[in-house]
Each structure stands twice: as C-alpha cells, then as structure tokens.
Design a protein around this ligand. Structure first.
Ligand code: GLN
Length: 335
C-alpha cells in the first residue's frame, strides 16, 4: 500500500485529535446533572434529561461526533440566528434594522419590552426581536413564509427537516408572553400583518426538529461563508454571514452573552430545547445538545462543552495564536 500524501496525513491527524478531544469532553461532562429542563410547555419537560450529544463539522464537510449527536430535539431559539440571516438576504441590512436593533439587552430572552430609544426590539436573538423578524418574513413572503423558512433551515442543515407538531401545538396554546410581545410589536407598527399569523411562523420555527449534527452543519455553513460544506449549496450571502455572526457574538447567549464572549469567544446561539450552535469563522461549526438549562436558559453541559473545546483547540476569536487579517499579512503587515 502506498503511503498517504502529507496533506492527507495532517488532515486525518487533525480529525483524530478533534475526535479524541470530543470523546474526552463527552465522558468528562456526562456525569454533570446540573440545571433544569425547560418546563414552560409540558412537551419539553418530558424530554429524556440525560441525553448528551456533541458534533463538530469542518468547513470542508467532515463531521466528527460523540454521544447522542443524532438525537432529535426542537431547535427553539437557535432558529433565530438563521431566520435573521434569511431576512437579511431577502430585504437587506437597512430594512432589517428598521424592524429590530443589534444591542445586547441584558434582559431575559422572553422579556416583554422594546428598546425605549427606538421603540424596536433590542436585538433579533431575544424573543421580541425574533418575532419582529418573523413578522417581516410573513409580510414579505405571505403564506409561504414558514415553508420558505423550513426550506432555508433544511438547506443549512443539508437535509430535509420537519416540525414536531406536538411541541408546535403546545407553544401555540401556552405562548401568552410571546402573544403579548406580538401585540406590542404590532402596536409599534414593526409589522402590519395579523399577530396570529406572525406567531404561527415563530412557533413553528421554534418547533423544527434538529440534532447536534444538524446544528454543527448549520454552523459550518456560516463558517464556510454561507455555502453548505456538505452539499456545496449557497445558502446565505457573504455580508449576511458577517452580520449574523456579529449579532450572535454580542447577543446570542442572552444575559450570559458577555461572560460567554470572554470565556468561549465564539459567536453562538442557544435554545431552550438544549441546543447550542457555535461557529469558528472559516473553520468549524459546533453543535451540542443537552437539555438541562442554567438560569439564563442555556444548556449547562452545552456551555461547558464549548468552554472545553475552545480551550482545547484554541478557538477563542482573540486567542493569541489567532493570526489576524490575512489581507494585512498579504500586503506585508505584521503577522
Ligand atoms: N419557544 C421558546 C419561546 O418562545 C424559545 C425560547 C428559547 O429557546 N430561548 O419562549
């Protein structure tokens, strides 16, 4: 048998190193039972609490996993990053920011509040902002808004996704806070279509079933500047990706966002289903699933797992080993 070329060898040893890092982290964090399941709807309180899956997808399409990486769960608020990207591509930056700001709020994700300076939601990563985005999608795309959102998320995951109808029904029946937010937004004329039609899009998008592997591939699509590395399909535009990652970096982990930026240093988005999607620009997507949540609504093991991966693989955006701008290096700047 002929020896592998050096580039292939390097690639497979990097793969092996990531695999053993993931397996170690999985075993180290598995005994952690801290946190509580989301219980605002009975459907989420029924989820087996011990599930734990980790997946990493590289920007050239390899997927490395540990644990329950293919277990299905509802995407919940991780969808907010992807519908923001969809709206940015559809209507552009200016029109998007007429509906929603990009300021971290410091309030819980389900706060019934607008930024008093603008009368718009603080950012698209809290419920008010995501409902504003859903409103603009409903206005722009009419009845096809949810179908197109599902198709877009499926393109980002590289496979056809579907809705958990039971979760959707429960969200719709019990979503009084979200309904209140919807009316607040309608009163502020953030959108002009009926509130129920908008909430239908929002509740359905939260109820899409994904796995940790799906979140990793979605993250890798963002890392790969909008092209799904598995299918090679263009899913999001270049500027949209930069914008979305910036908002994820500053606002993606709710009122834990500042702590996350220092400790992990990666753009990320969490959901109360227990998922976290994180992105290493141009290199990796990370998907973690573990349903027990901390007080901010972020997965406890998911968070610890991202801290571990960032430390182990040197992923923090401001890591001293990060070589900075390749443009400046190319024109002879320091690097
Ligand atoms: N469906 C949830 C809600 O609207 C999503 C929130 C979340 O994942 N943080 O309250």
């Amino acid at each position: 048998m002929s020896a592998s070329p050096p580039a292939l060898k390097a690639q497979s040893s990097a793969h092996g190193q990531i695999q053993s890092g993931l397996t170690d982290l999985y075993h180290r964090l598995l005994p952690n039972r801290e946190g509580e399941l989301a219980d605002y709807i009975p459907e989420l309180a029924k989820v087996p609490a011990d599930q734990f899956g980790i997946a990493v997808a590289t920007a050239d399409g390899e997927v490395i996993t540990a644990g329950d990486a293919d277990a299905p769960f509802t995407i919940q608020s991780v969808s907010k990053a992807l519908t923001l990207a969809m709206l940015l591509d559809l209507v552009g930056r200016e029109a998007t920011y007429q509906a929603v700001g990009v300021q971290p709020s410091g309030d819980p994700f389900n706060a019934i509040t607008l930024d008093p300076r603008s009368n718009r939601p603080f950012n698209p990563m809290v419920n008010a902002g995501a409902i504003a985005v859903a409103g603009r999608l409903r206005e722009t795309l009419g009845r096809t808004a949810f179908g197109q959102s599902l198709a877009k998320l499926s393109e980002a995951a590289g496979r056809e996704l579907r809705v958990d109808e039971n979760v959707f029904e429960s969200e719709r029946e019990t979503g009084h806070r979200n309904r209140a937010i919807g009316h607040l937004l309608r009163a502020a004329e953030v959108f002009t279509v009926p509130v129920d039609e908008v909430l239908d899009v929002y509740f359905r998008q939260c109820s899409i079933l994904v796995s940790a592997t799906d979140l990793a591939v979605m993250g890798a699509t963002l890392a790969n500047i909008g092209r799904n590395p598995k299918t090679q399909r263009e899913v999001f535009g270049l500027e949209t990706v930069r914008e979305t990652l910036s908002v994820m970096f500053t606002c993606g982990m709710y009122d834990g966002a500042g702590d996350w930026a220092c400790r992990v240093g990666l753009p990320a988005k969490s959901g109360v289903g227990g998922g976290i999607m994180a992105v290493v620009n141009r290199q990796l997507g990370i998907g973690v699933f573990s349903p027990r949540l901390d007080a901010e609504g972020n997965s406890v093991r998911g968070k610890l797992c991202c801290v571990g991966l960032a430390d182990e693989l040197g992923l923090h955006a401001f890591e001293f080993t990060n070589p900075g701008s390749s443009f400046l290096r190319a024109i002879g700047g320091r690097g």
